[in-house]
Write a protein that binds this ligand. Structure first.
Ligand SMILES: Nc1ncnc2c1ncn2[C@@H]1O[C@H](COP(=O)(O)OP(=O)(O)OP(=O)(O)O)[C@@H](O)[C@H]1O
Ligand SMILES: [Mg+2]
Length: 483
């Protein structure tokens, strides 16, 4: 009896819907345009009133088809983690400038997400584009994400969830992107007017802080300084300063300055701009280069003391003795003149100072500037004062602690009976981490640890002998010098 009633009920529902659809089709076909529009609007309102769910759509392209929406890209990245877990039909994509493949949901797949107790569902849809005016209907379909949630979560979604999706999505995109190493070479603007200011290659240096030989405490301090900087967007905005930080790395050749820069870029996931100052024609070109530097980047000027002629500094020292009361401004003027016109580059000290201060910084922030030098004492104080080069880091000869990092990295050993001899010899001699690394490098995979360590001991003893000979020669020279 009940089954018949159910069947009857379904028949009634079915025939009601069919009659409704029939009436609706007649109305759409024969009613005047105004009446039809009025009825369609009312139907839409009725549907919205009865439906407790809210839909938000995020289109892939905004306006012109050329600009891919940042919001769409962020949602795609955000959902790539969710969809990889729950969607059944996935698409494998590899975006331009991304180093990783991403699994995204396929069209009409639905994935659900949970946020502060609310259930949210995402569907990837497509809609066909408007036919073009000339009748050409060959425009591809437009994709969009449709976000659905219950209307009681409206405020929470608008205020927190969407922000959460954008933030996480952008983080994933930054992590996945292929980082680049940009270099500036000599340019011929007349022959190639469209030549870009920077040329780039993928940045693939594997250096990590874990493998940098230096005292653990000092290393930790540098890592914390870098991480604090990268998380200080609000702080820099509050104090009204450009979000940038300068590091001066100084020390003898082969002590790990360049290695540390690569480790910094890998730690922070930044691009690297290797600025060759001698290839920059003048201050105007330097300014143009600066404008094209994007955020999340490390700008490196290696061997800053060799990049530009610093005779100005040496001259200043000489004249200081003669005219001690010379006022500061005069000194600075002298200095600037000496910088100008040396070598092929006409970049001046003031041009470089302005570059560092980021006077022309066009967009964003999060930039680190690193100078390296073997001779810190040669540099103009204005160049390396705090505020420009905020942190001065000395990289020096290898300590026993530094050696242990290299031994662990190259030989996979943390202790060995020969370590004591090495410790003693390192106290007595100066050897660079580059030389230690060279000795520890196995010539063949079968070469044993003991042989590598013995090679290092031999090298240390040779360095010690050489130093002793040099010292004795120096003492003899001083003794025989006419008084
Ligand atoms: N502190 C270090 N930790 C680990 N490896 C190091 C360190 N210093 C040097 N090395 C090794 O020595 C090589 C040369 O080091 P790097 O190029 O970083 O020296 P540098 O200080 O930049 O020298 P230069 O002043 O000549 O530019 C590196 O490839 C690396 O293998
Ligand atoms: Mg170097």
């Amino acid at each position: 009896m009940a089954a018949i009633t159910m069947a009857e009920m379904w028949t009634t529902v079915g025939s009601t819907i069919a009659s409704f659809m029939f009436v609706w089709t007649i109305i759409r076909q024969y009613c005047p345009y105004e009446v039809r529009q009025f009825l369609e609007k009312s139907m839409h309102r009725l549907r919205s009133f009865l439906n407790p769910y809210i839909h938000v759509s995020i289109d892939e392209f905004m306006g012109t088809r050329l600009n891919r929406s940042e919001a769409y890209a962020a949602v795609e990245a955000y959902l790539s983690t969710n969809s990889a877990k729950s969607a059944k039909r996935l698409k494998l994509e590899m975006e331009k400038d991304s180093k990783k493949i991403v699994l995204t949901m396929d069209e009409y797949e639905k994935v659900t997400d949970e946020f502060q107790g609310a259930e949210i569902s995402w569907v990837l849809g497509t809609k066909s584009s408007q036919p073009m005016g000339n009748g050409n209907n060959s425009q591809p379909e437009r994709r969009y994400y449709n976000l659905t949630f219950h209307k009681r979560y409206r405020e929470m979604i608008a205020e927190s969830y969407l922000e959460h999706v954008m933030k996480k999505g952008k983080e994933i995109r930054v992590k996945n992107r292929q980082r680049k190493l940009y270099t500036n070479g000599a340019r011929d603007e007349y022959a190639y007017p469209r030549q870009p200011m920077w040329s780039d290659v993928p940045f693939e240096d594997p250096a990590r802080f874990e493998s940098v030989a230096m005292e653990a405490e000092k290393k930790q301090e540098i890592i914390e300084d870098l991480l604090t900087f990268s998380q200080s967007r609000d702080f820099y905005a509050r104090i009204g300063k450009a979000w940038k930080r300068g590091y001066l790395l100084y020390g003898p050749p082969g002590t790990g300055k360049s290695t540390m820069i690569a480790a910094m870029a890998n730690l922070l996931n930044y691009d690297v701009y290797d600025l060759e100052l001698t290839a920059v024609k003048d201050n105007t070109e330097l300014k143009k280069l600066l404008i094209e530097i994007t955020g999340k980047s490390i700008i490196v000027i290696e061997d800053i003391d060799c990049s530009l002629d610093l005779t100005g500094h040496r001259k200043k020292k000489k004249t200081e003795k003669e005219t001690e009361d010379k006022n500061e401004e005069e000194k600075k003027e002298n200095n600037l003149k000496d910088w100008e016109g040396k070598g092929s580059s006409k970049v001046t000290l003031s041009g470089l100072l302005n570059f560092i201060d980021g006077l022309w910084s066009a967009s964003g922030g999060e930039r680190i500037i690193v100078f390296t030098t073997n001779y810190v004492e040669k540099l103009d104080p204005a160049l390396i004062r705090r505020g420009r080069m905020d942190k001065h880091i000395e990289l020096s000869y290898c300590s026993f602690e530094g050696f242990k990092v290299l031994a662990k990295n190259y030989l996979l050993v943390e202790t060995h009976p020969l370590f004591d001899t090495i410790d003693r010899l390192m106290e007595e001699t100066k050897i660079t981490p580059a030389d230690v690394a060279e000795e520890l490098m196995r010539k063949s995979p079968t070469e044993d640890v003991e042989k590598s360590l013995s090679k290092l001991i031999q090298a240390l003893e040779e360095v010690k002998k050489e130093a002793a000979t040099k010292k004795a020669e120096e003492e003899t020279r001083v003794k025989h010098q006419p008084q």
